[in-house]
Design a protein. Structure first.
Length: 358
């Protein structure tokens, strides 16, 4: 369903009310979103309606250009991390995210409103970032809806994963910690080291190579002062993964463990296009530690021409065959899988504990 992202792991899909959910498991074959949605028959539903099925919601707040791509990325990440577990992924959206004529019908058909979160009986939740439009997060048109999700998740989930801007919004709402604007976009692949012996990091090999793409960051000192535990950090990127344990375990990512190897390439080309169209005033910097030397030289030559002429038609000449650094090819760029696997294990164990108590 997502152009140029490739197929996710195996799975089955079904319509439940107005929402789509996907059954993810490494033992399932086929492309879960490769065909039309269908309802599971009685036998299939019984096969996944068990105590061992982990019910995860995905509140996808990405703009139209990345909506379906983000679905694929998180489905792939969860499938790789699930192992023999079965994960049923439900799709939700919040009001206030602008949709165009192409994606609005898709979103209405395949995503449930956040008012339906409770009906899905979720064990965990994933909330993605979204493209900022206002100077302050609290001035965004979706702010009230997003903070409602934060409050709901605290009361009703075992654990919630907050990605990038959603992490910034949740921390601001919960503890008033403001993010800080960076002088330059933090963009590229960064090597992150463990900063904790937390069980969520069990089995994780370091350095952890994680993609970052953001203009803002949360200060480590303020996070610690408000009871957050830093799990991974980078000297160049700052805080990467951090956690807060209260009624629900909240896991926060400033980076993007869901990104595929070529996600940053597409983002860089998008930013170049925005500059050429006059939508931004600064030509974007190359992503850090990402392209090989030959590609960096080609892109540097293109940048000189682009700045000199600044014509949107030049995007047709953008080098499309950029090669990544060899170390990113030898080792998968998405190296945060163990953290997600441990997160799923935590959610599953808490689900079993609740069942025994009940």
């Amino acid at each position: 369903m997502a152009v140029a992202e490739g197929a996710a792991g195996g799975g089955r899909i079904a319509a439940k009310g107005r929402a789509l959910f996907v059954v993810l498991n490494q033992n399932l074959q086929g492309d879960p979103l490769g065909g039309e949605p269908r309802r599971l028959d009685v036998g299939e539903r019984q096969a996944v309606d068990t105590l061992d099925t982990i019910e995860i919601g995905l509140v996808n707040n990405m703009p139209d250009s990345a909506l379906r791509v983000t679905e694929r990325q998180f489905m792939r990440l969860l499938t790789d991390a699930a192992g023999d577990r079965t994960v049923r992924l439900h799709f939700f959206s919040i009001p206030g995210i602008p949709r165009g004529t192409l994606e609005k019908p898709f979103s209405r058909a395949m995503y449930a409103d956040i008012s339906e979160l409770a009906a899905a009986k979720l064990d965990g939740l994933i909330v993605t970032g979204c493209e900022p439009r206002a100077e302050r997060l609290s001035d965004e048109p979706y702010w009230e809806s997003l903070t409602a999700v934060v409050d709901w998740a605290e009361r009703n989930t075992t654990s919630t994963l907050w990605s990038c801007l959603a992490a910034h919004a949740a921390v601001l709402h919960l503890d008033g910690v403001e993010r800080q604007r960076l002088d330059e976009k933090r963009f590229g692949v960064f090597e992150c080291e463990k900063a904790s012996d937390d069980p969520l990091l069990a089995g994780m090999r370091t350095p952890l190579r994680i993609s970052h793409s953001r203009w803002n960051e949360l200060p480590e000192a303020k996070l610690k002062a408000n009871g957050y535990t830093i799990l991974t950090r980078s000297e160049a990127a700052g805080v990467d993964i951090f956690v807060r344990r209260r009624r629900s375990l909240f896991l926060f990512f400033q980076g993007h463990p869901e990104y595929t190897p070529y996600s940053l390439m597409r983002e860089y080309r998008r930013d170049v296009g925005r500059y050429l169209r006059g939508e931004s005033t600064r030509y974007p910097n190359l992503p850090r530690d990402y392209f090989n030397q030959r590609t960096e030289e080609e892109l540097a030559a293109f940048a000189i021409k682009a700045v000199a002429e600044r014509d949107p038609r030049l995007l047709a000449e953008f080098p499309e065959d950029g090669a990544l650094r060899a170390k990113l090819i030898r080792r998968r760029l998405v190296s945060g899988g163990p953290v997600i696997s441990n997160w799923l294990s935590y959610v599953a164990s808490r689900k079993r504990e609740r069942a025994w108590v009940a």
